[in-house]
Design a protein around this ligand. Structure first.
Ligand code: SAM
Length: 273
């Protein structure tokens, strides 16, 4: 089977330097690198580890896990058509704040999109978009290529947003940030940790809050060593070795905590088939 290229993520931003620390650390960094696991002989063409939907299995054996994502951060200012690289102007109609102009956004999208011929899903980070949820993250994690646009100042001239249709407008919550950079990084992190091979355990993301393994409820509480801390014992059932009982306890705790903290999630849970 031919090797599947890593998910390509482009970001258009006026502040590329903001991405270095986040994309260059921890899980997001490792996901963009090949990882060699001891055990089996390394697979020279990297084929077989990643299938069409980015699924793959690196558990229980060695080999090479090829990069599962590639990041490409582009400065919108590089596409300004003036010698001062100015990309913003005051808002028509008056009022405070600057608006990013159509031309640099349009030209940078065209140029970046032409760098790879896989179908591209364009995404605008905006507080006016659809709220980001785990099912939406799961959907985006199965696409071959994402191009994210981070706004700044008062936002982007509406005409270029219209002309970039189809474009997914996504919000990270009902509050306003200074720019789309942190929302883009939030979205990237949420997506990349779902790509098989990104986390140490293939399964762990599946059992997080809002995910299919928790029936989209909240996760149960977690405990670790020591068994007693500051006079507080970890629940005895978790140390019983009885897997059926542990599972039942975890399910009950997850439900209890969801009822207490997020009853709205229970209303949304589909009834059993
Ligand atoms: N005037 C805009 C409004 O009220 O809808 C807010 C502009 S905000 C100060 C500047 C940029 O930050 C936006 O263009 C967007 O890219 C980003 N941004 C701010 N809050 C966001 C959120 N909750 N979700 C996604 N992007 C956000």
């Amino acid at each position: 089977m031919a090797p599947i290229p890593p998910l390509r993520i482009d970001v258009l931003t006026l502040f590329p330097e903001m991405f270095q620390g986040v994309l260059g650390s921890s899980i997001l960094k490792r996901a963009a690198e090949p990882i060699t696991y001891p055990g089996k002989q390394a697979n020279p063409d990297n084929s077989g580890d990643i299938s069409g939907d980015h699924s793959g299995d690196i558990s229980g054996g060695g080999g090479v896990r090829p990069p599962i994502v590639s990041y490409h951060i582009t400065n919108i200012r590089d596409y300004a058509d003036n010698k001062h690289q100015k990309v913003d102007q005051p808002s028509f109609g008056g009022g405070p704040g600057m608006v990013i102009q159509c031309q640099p956004i349009w030209d940078s999208v065209q140029a970046v999109q032409a760098m790879d011929d896989r179908p591209t899903t364009r995404i605008l980070l905006t507080p006016q978009g659809v709220p980001l949820t785990q099912p939406l993250v799961e959907e985006l994690a199965n696409l071959p290529r994402l191009l994210m646009i981070a706004g700044h100042y008062e936002g982007i001239d509406e005409r270029v947003i219209e002309k970039l249709a189809p474009i997914r407008e996504i919000s990270v919550g009902d509050y306003v940030l200074s720019g789309g950079e942190l929302p883009a990084m939030t979205l990237i992190d949420a997506i990349v940790r779902l790509l098989p091979g990104a986390l140490g355990h293939q399964d762990s993301a599946h059992h997080d809050s809002f995910s299919p393994g928790t029936k989209r409820l909240l996760d149960h509480p977690h405990y670790t060593r020591p068994r007693t801390w500051e006079g507080m014992d970890a629940p005895a059932v978790l140390l019983s070795g009885n897997h059926a009982k542990i599972e039942a306890w975890r399910e009950a705790e997850a439900l209890k905590r969801t009822q207490q903290r997020r009853p709205d999630l229970i209303d949304k849970t589909p009834p059993p088939a």
